[in-house]
Each structure stands twice: as structure tokens, then as C-alpha cells.
Design a protein around this ligand. Sequence first.
Ligand SMILES: *Cc1c(COP(=O)(O)O)cnc(C)c1O
Length: 340
Amino acid sequence: MAECQRGLQKLFGTQEPIVTLTSSGTGGMEAVIRSCLQPSDKVLAVNAGKFGERFLQLTDAFGLKVDELKLPWGKSVSVSALKKALKPEHTCLLIQHSETSTGTLHPLSEIAAWLKKEQPKTLLFVDAITSIGALPFQMDEWGVDATVTGSQKALMLPPGLSFVALSPRARKRAKTPSLPGFYFDLNREFESQVKGQTGFTPSVSLIVALKESLRLLEEEGLSHVFERHQKLAAATRHAVVAMGLELASELPSVACTAIKAPEGVKIKEILKTIEETHGFRIAGAQGEWEGKAFRISHLGYYSPFDLLSALTALGGELGRAKVKVDLMKALKVFIDELEL
Ligand SMILES: *Cc1c(COP(=O)(O)O)cnc(C)c1O
């Protein structure tokens, strides 16, 4: 764990220690809420998709006072929308950096800079689960108070670990938690982990694997990793549009490309066929977008050829389902753009 610290701190853009929890990403989100908020807090939560909803469910579960800034799915939150929603009594803002359910980026560095200027006492807690490791994240510079990520996204590991960093003022709050809970106690974990221990049995095998994935990222070079994500995401978007499909997000994140399901097709059945006959798992969408959109991932361990094959399978199956698509044009755009 000690050997993983430096690599994790680089990804988070922080000098603060990173704690590793044995849980999926949601456990890290719960740990932050439980350890750093108090019943007297009033929270503003951005809800622009499934994971925005999750922060709301969590704060509700702890009985906190929460106002919701709800946006239609596929929208990215703007500073002006936040300006209208944020009130002096809000002590904390909860937001995703990349809302994976809609494949949308929220302009976090801009939001953080505005918050620091407008209402510096308000804490900023960020679910960076599909942004850390995929695009630059500067926790200290931006003034983020709590950052969470998980093992199974850009860190390229199996699920089972979450990672949390806190600013000094959030860390101070975590020293005297007042919300109920036991397992997710960040103060206990910070105190143990700086001594090379953990509060409870850690997932040793995943931590060993983490060391290797951090080594891979280091070897490739973070700037190259970020550039690769940008390029694969852009080429995928352009190919999908060239194919004749429509993007579903107004500000696509580099994590995944969300695409509107063509009219009149049962997209879930097509995705199932793609998985069964070609071996590519293209994700459907959840909640409001179920059956109406789908998502192609390019987060983490991907080569251009993975996506080229996935696009071929997608175009082929849509064509067989009598959707008018131009697969050759899509492949040409993809190949030309990435100079394959
Ligand atoms: C994956 C993900 C999570 C965490 O989900 P778990 O299933 O608990 O790992 C939270 N937020 C976002 C934005 C995610 O993409």
C-alpha cells in the first residue's frame, strides 16, 4: 500500500494521503458522506444521471438536508445553473466529474474555481470514479475537499477497491464523525493507513494488482494516457456520427460514448446479439434512458483495435436489424483519425 501512495497521489493531483477501502466505488462515496458531513449540514447535489441520483440516495439515507439541482439526462451542469441553485446555507456541493450513466463531463475545474471565489466555505465533494486516470485531475490546485475513485474503471482492475482523498479541512471534520455508521470511518482508515495498516482486512490481491496497474500508467506516462483517452473518445464519437447515429450527451466525457438508440429498434436485443455472436459487451443505459440509449466504453485498458472491432460489430448488427447505417464510412473516419 505504501508503494501505491505516490502513484495514486499523482492521479488525484494531491499531496494528501489516499486511503484505500475494500468496497466498490459507492462505498467510497458513502465513507465521504458519513465521515465528513454532519446533521447540521445542508447539501446541494447535482443530479444529471444515475450517479448523481446515487449521491442523493446516500445523503437521504443519512437523513441530511439536501437540495437537488436536477438536469435532464445528457446535460452538463453549467456555472450559471449552479449560481442560481447555490445558496449561502449550502455547506457542501456534491457532483460527479464524469457522469458515466450519460457519458457526460461536468466542467469541474471551472466549477471549483467559481465555488472557491463565490462561496469558499462550501465544501466540494467529487465522485471522480470515471475521471481519475482518464483525464487530468488536480485536487489540491482546484480546491476539491473529497475525491473518490474506484478500482474497476480507469485503474483497469477488477472491482473491489475504492480510494478517497480529503483536503485538510475535510480531514478535520472526519476526526469527529457524527453520522451513524461503523465500517466506513475515514478517520480510522487515515490513522491506520499512514502507519501501513488498515482498519479491517484489506483486499490484498487487489492491492497487489493495483501496484501493477499504477506501474503500467507510469510506464505509459500520464499525459500519454490522458491523450489516448481523448483520442479514442473523439474517434469513437466521430465514427458513430459518420455511421448515422446520434450522440446522447451534450458534453461527452472521455469515459464512454453515449449514443441514442435508433428509432424503432429493440436496442437491448441488438446489444445482446453483439455480445453473444461477436463477444463485445456494449452497455445499455439505465434509468430514464433504458432502451433509449447505449454506451461504448473506452475507459482504461483499450486499444484502437478493440474499438474498431466493436464498431464493426455494432454497425453490422444494426444493419442486419434494418437500421440505415454507413459502417464503411464510420470505419474510414475512425481509421483515418487514429492513423491506423
Ligand atoms: C462506477 C461508478 C460508481 C460506483 O459504482 P460501484 O458499482 O459502486 O463501483 C460511482 N460513480 C460513477 C460516476 C461511476 O461510474
